[in-house]
Design a protein around this ligand. Structure first.
Ligand code: MG
Length: 387
């Protein structure tokens, strides 16, 4: 096959109308990345974060090596050179891009190049990542009742119960309960709420908890997790302040429940710090931690520490799809997060790409279509473009 180079890189800011910020809809805006090859094939990705700011990192004209624009660097490249391209991009943006939004931007481009390369080769992306290491995908459904907004804890638990039941009907066998209840509950009440959620999910369901950065002191977190030790809680997410590496280390060394870290971290360098701290579960996001190339690198490193990777995915269907390919190819990824359109009222999550996968018995079949195997919905792109 003759190489078909990238001839265009588009960075397209999409934004749905604002909602209550306490609803934490990270898919209200996204930076859609589309690459096109010389034969007219396209690949898509997305970068998480303020879309206008990330857009600038693509379109800028670089003044010197170390501060180049992403688009100019990728045009003319063969999309199969995935690792080489990523290394070149990291070097060429080193003055501003080593962490944070610079890595978010690279992430969207990396996923788009995987999609394009897969389409050129007529193979699903997970094969570019090394091939299948499992025979199906295992998602967990995130159970998010929304911000408190004047509701009682009883009303919040009622909504959580409704969503857990719906997730089971939709075929999920794994859920994560978000317990962002602000000051509605004491830590003692919280233990009761989590036990109630655990009972609602039932014995057959994997059950995990996201604490929404509830504590600043690791001993406070430990006191709750010790009480949950016998309740079969699979992991504890967002216990302490995100960047409290030492606190996470103290907690991970004592907690009876697996400790997660790093849903906002970027690049393998930051995840190495988490691994050295002894956390059990890394939660990189494919749309901001460095794309599929970096997620595989992070997972390989985690494997040397006996840790697992369960990617964060609270974005559109592009991210949701990319992590399915990641899980297919990665042995130490027991679950992936799935934001479920039926449970989460987010227009760009529900409508940006199609098709949605079928979940049956807690599993999704391995993808078979070339590339990511999804298409943009043109009406959604036009509707939310630049609005
Ligand atoms: Mg989270």
């Amino acid at each position: 096959m003759t190489a078909s180079p990238v001839i265009a890189v588009e960075a397209i800011a999409l934004a749905a109308p604002a909602t209550d910020p306490s609803d934490l809809d990270a898919a209200r805006e996204t930076l859609l990345v589309r690459v096109t090859d010389a034969d007219g094939r396209t690949g898509i990705g997305e970068a998480d974060g303020p879309a206008a700011a990330i857009c600038e990192l693509f379109g800028m004209t670089g003044r010197f090596d170390g501060s180049r624009g992403l688009s100019e660097l990728v045009v003319g490249r063969d999309p199969f050179e995935l690792r080489a391209i990523q290394a070149d991009l990291v070097a060429a943006t080193a003055y501003h891009g080593r962490r944070g939004l610079g890595i978010h931007a690279l992430s969207g481009l990396d996923v788009a190049l995987h999609d394009l390369a897969g389409k050129q080769l007529q193979r699903p992306v997970y094969q570019l990542l090394g091939g299948a290491r499992r025979d199906a995908i295992s998602p967990y459904a995130t159970i998010w009742p929304g911000g408190v907004k004047g509701r009682s804890i009883g009303q919040m638990m009622e909504e959580i119960g409704r969503q857990i039941a719906r997730a089971a009907e939709l075929g999920f066998r794994a859920v994560k309960m978000e317990v962002i209840f602000d000051d509605l509950v004491t830590d003692r009440d919280l233990v009761r709420c989590i036990r109630e959620g655990r009972a609602l999910a039932g014995d057959e369901m994997m059950f995990a908890v996201d604490f929404g950065y509830r504590w600043t002191a690791w001993r406070d977190a430990l006191a709750v997790l010790e009480q949950l030790g016998g309740d079969d809680v699979y992991f504890a997410e967002a216990t302490l302040s995100h960047d409290d590496v030492r606190g996470h280390a103290q907690l991970a060394g004592r907690s009876p429940v697996r400790i997660c870290a790093g849903e906002f971290s970027a690049s393998v360098h930051e995840y190495r710090e988490w691994l050295e701290a002894g956390v059990d579960v890394l939660q990189p996001d494919v749309s901001r931690s460095g794309g599929l190339t970096e997620l595989v690198r992070i997972a390989e490193l985690a494997g040397h520490y006996g840790a697992v990777v369960i990617p964060h995915a609270w974005k559109t269907g592009i991210t949701a799809t990319a992590v399915r390919h990641f899980q297919a190819a990665v042995p130490n990824c027991p679950y992936i997060e799935m934001s479920v359109p039926e449970l989460w009222d987010s227009p760009l999550r529900a409508g940006l790409v199609a098709p949605e996968p079928v979940v049956r018995g807690g599993r999704i079949a391995l993808p078979t279509a070339p590339g990511l195997g999804i298409d943009l919905v043109p009406e959604t792109v036009e509707r939310y473009r630049g609005s």
